[in-house]
Structures are given as structure tokens and as C-alpha cells.
Design a protein around this ligand. Structure first.
Ligand SMILES: [Zn+2]
Length: 225
């Protein structure tokens, strides 16, 4: 199963996108105690890995992933994947929901480089986080392919996975992701068919109780993911 988080921080108690670091750690401990093995997305695609496996992913590339999630991921040796919005990295841009220039900023390159050395993987979440279903062919290709190329150039590693902004995608978009050379792509709340370009994820949010988290894990296990 693949878990999808956004932000990990102790600052925001009423923010759906923010999970408290202690709660995040309790999620990981729970999965490990239940015998789930942490794997990278790359290994997740490998059929040979046992089915009791989990991946951790983060969308948008908020700096708090580095401040609060990274130390926990390192402690438990978890090769998580962070989906970056390529043109927001190291900029002063702030998500419209938030206001604090330091707490709410996106990751910087030096933080990304440090995390790579410890085994964190990075994927593309497009160049500028548009709804891909509204774009023309050229814009679509730029968001999908140019973000891959841009990230690869700056990170020095192959970018293998894509995450659709707002989860918005269709057959044409999935085909474009494939043509751009990605190995796979992740979705959340997708009711259609699953394949490598529609890898299902469980969204974990700030308002989810620990009980709700356990139910989500249990349901996902029943679905055989
Ligand atoms: Zn996003």
C-alpha cells in the first residue's frame, strides 16, 4: 500500500494537509509492528517484493518534510518519495492557504540534496501544479516532461515517478506521462482501473484520528493493495 501525506509539522492543529510529527511516527511504528515492510516506490512495482509492504509519499515538497519528516524517515530507514513542484523549489512562493514565509515555504535544493544522500527519492508533481486536464498538448508536455528533465538536471538522479496535481488525470494525460519516460504515477481517490500509471494511494490527513488511520490501512489490506 502507498500512503500519501502532504505536510508534517507541530504548528497546525486544524489543517487537513498537516500531520503532527508524533502522530506521523506512530503511523510508521504501527505499520512496522504489524509486519509491513517499508519499500521504495521503485521496489513496490517489483512483483517479487512481498505483498505486506508500504510506501510513504509526500505531495508538493513543503520544507517541513525536511524539518520534521526526514529525521523520522531516517530513524526507521524508510525510502520515502517526495513529489516536487519543480518551479516552486527554492522560491518564495507560498501555497494560498498559508502565510508564513519560513514555516510554509517549499523545499530548497540543498535540503533536497541532503535528503537524497540518505535515500529519500523524489518524483515530479509537475512544473507549476496546474489542473492538467485544462491544458493544451504543448503545455501538458512541458508540465510532465520538462519537470522531469529539470529535476533530473538539478538532482542528478533519474526521476521515475509522477504525481498528478489535484489527482486530475485522464487517458491522454496518463499516456503523456508514459511517453515522457516515467515508470509510473500515483493517484488518490481514483475510482477507475489501476495500473502503473494509476497507482492507488491512501490519503492521510490532519483530521484523521489514529482509529481512522487504522481503518484506512485495514481497508487497503482487504483490497489487496
Ligand atoms: Zn499537490
Amino acid at each position: 500500500m502507498i500512503l500519501a501525506y502532504h505536510r508534517i509539522n507541530p504548528w497546525y492543529r486544524d489543517d487537513a494537509l498537516s500531520v503532527n510529527p508524533e502522530i506521523f511516527e506512530s503511523h510508521i511504528k504501527f505499520l512496522l509492528e504489524k509486519g509491513f515492510k517499508p519499500v521504495s516506490l521503485y521496489d513496490y512495482l517489483d512483483e517479487k517484493v512481498s505483498d505486506k509492504k508500504f510506501c510513504i509519499t509526500f505531495d508538493d515538497g513543503f520544507a517541513d518534510n525536511y524539518f520534521f519528516a526526514f529525521p523520522i524517515l531516517t530513524k526507521y530507514n524508510i525510502k520515502a518519495t517526495i513529489f516536487l513542484i519543480a518551479h516552486f523549489i527554492g522560491t518564495e512562493k507560498i501555497h494560498q492557504k498559508y502565510t508564513d514565509r519560513e514555516k510554509d515555504r517549499y523545499l530548497q535544493w540543498k535540503e533536497i540534496h541532503e535528503m537524497i544522500k540518505s535515500g529519500i527519492d523524489f518524483g515530479s508533481h509537475s512544473l507549476t501544479h496546474p489542473d492538467l486536464t485544462t491544458l493544451d498538448k504543448k503545455q501538458l508536455w512541458d508540465e510532465i516532461f520538462d519537470s522531469k528533465r529539470f529535476l533530473q538536471k538539478n538532482i542528478g538522479r533519474k526521476i521515475n515517478f509522477f504525481c498528478y496535481p489535484y489527482g486530475r488525470q485522464n487517458e491522454k494525460i496518463r499516456q503523456t506521462v508514459k511517453n515522457a519516460g516515467y515508470l509510473g504515477a500515483v493517484v488518490t481517490n481514483w475510482k477507475g482501473k489501476y495500473d502503473s500509471y494509476c497507482l492507488p494511494r491512501i490519503g492521510i490527513y490532519g483530521h484523521n484520528s489514529f482509529f481512522a488511520f487504522r481503518i484506512k490501512i485495514w481497508l487497503e489490506k482487504i483490497r489487496g493493495r
